[in-house]
Design a binder for this molecule. Sequence first.
Ligand code: ADP
Length: 418
Amino acid sequence: MKILVLNSGSSSVKFQVVETDLERMNAHQDLTLAVGLVEKIGLSDSRLVLEIVDRKPYQDYREILEHRTAIEWVLRILADPEHGILESVEEIGAVGHRMVHGGEEFASSVLIDPEVVQKIEACSVLAPLHNPPNLRGYYAAHAALPEVPHVAVFDTAFHQTMPAHAFLYGIPFQLYRKHHLRKYGFHGTSHRFVAFRGCQILGWEREEKKLITIHLGNGCSLAAIDHGRSIDTSMGFTPLEGLIMGTRSGDMDPAIIPWLMAMEELTLHQVNTMMNKHSGLYGVSGVSSDMRELLEARAAGNARADVAFRMFCYRIKKYLAAYAAAMGGVDAVFFTGGIGENSPDVREAALTGLEFMGIVLHRDRNAALIGGEGEISTDESGVRAMVVPTNEERTIARDVVRVLNGIMPTFEPPETIT
Ligand code: ADP
């Protein structure tokens, strides 16, 4: 079945066409037929890019003012006899939508109906920048393809299994009750896929193991996955918590915020922008939020690039040990994301020193593994360390198949605290 996967942001729509079904999923033989995006929606020079294997990438420009015309453009080009890959849009059997926030409403992917739409709208208060454009993408795609099923796949859903002692903050409980103010965690589709695929490679049952998945992209997070269930993750109420990221600070003393507002006469908005956009690798190094550029500057002797790199890796190491403690041990750690898949330096710095808990890095294997899938620990290592490239779009497509076949695993949250 050909599934259109959509990731709709405020000014862009990323899309993929994935061919998958139960048989292909079991054989790990899903096919990505096309990848593309429409960017600069709302401007006069919106751009559509379409990449198809073994073909030159196609691009075109026109004025696209809203998501509906963007998605109509995508469908037209996908079915274009010269540039597309479909005979007609009727070949699309279903659509999978990435939704950022499912709040406490959604612990797994669901078929979208009017009630689900209402609930996702209600979650917008928790993700005001993300859920509304995600929904705009859904409305547009539903208008263009009203006959096919549409499925919502949430970034937060996988982490709904966290116990209350992991998801509550140490602030007055009424705030949780009133506003659902708690840790949610993000990157759930990636953590779930990587845990699944890593175990598949090792011939393990995910439900029997203690895993730590480490997603290092522009945003970064870890998840502690105990017997198949996420029991803790480093992003929080928003993606700002946890690891140091490209431009985000990650964990810091919250008292810094009022102090800075007073000392620097900053508004709340300015401090928020500082923590989200001007911090992390970029803010500390003054060089770049991009790990490749940071590594180059570090190699050239830039001391601030070096300390930013060390901070980044040190924080990963602390979380690894913390999550091993949270689970009472760990069987494997899986790296993924642009940095996790491509930077042996980061992986080495993050794992070195963790021999006391059974992780022994194989330096040559690690150095040789760039952009692929495989093991980076020694054969004697008590804890297996691996690189497992993530594929969030494929996971979304697979969830569409699972939902349509009624086999989407649902993990109920372990407890409700009122
Ligand atoms: P996103 O979170 O936006 O999906 P990616 O997963 O593509 O981002 O990760 C982007 C990050 O991966 C950037 O910091 C980039 O520098 C880093 N990266 C990509 N290739 C390499 C490489 N060869 N070495 C080090 N870092 C890399």
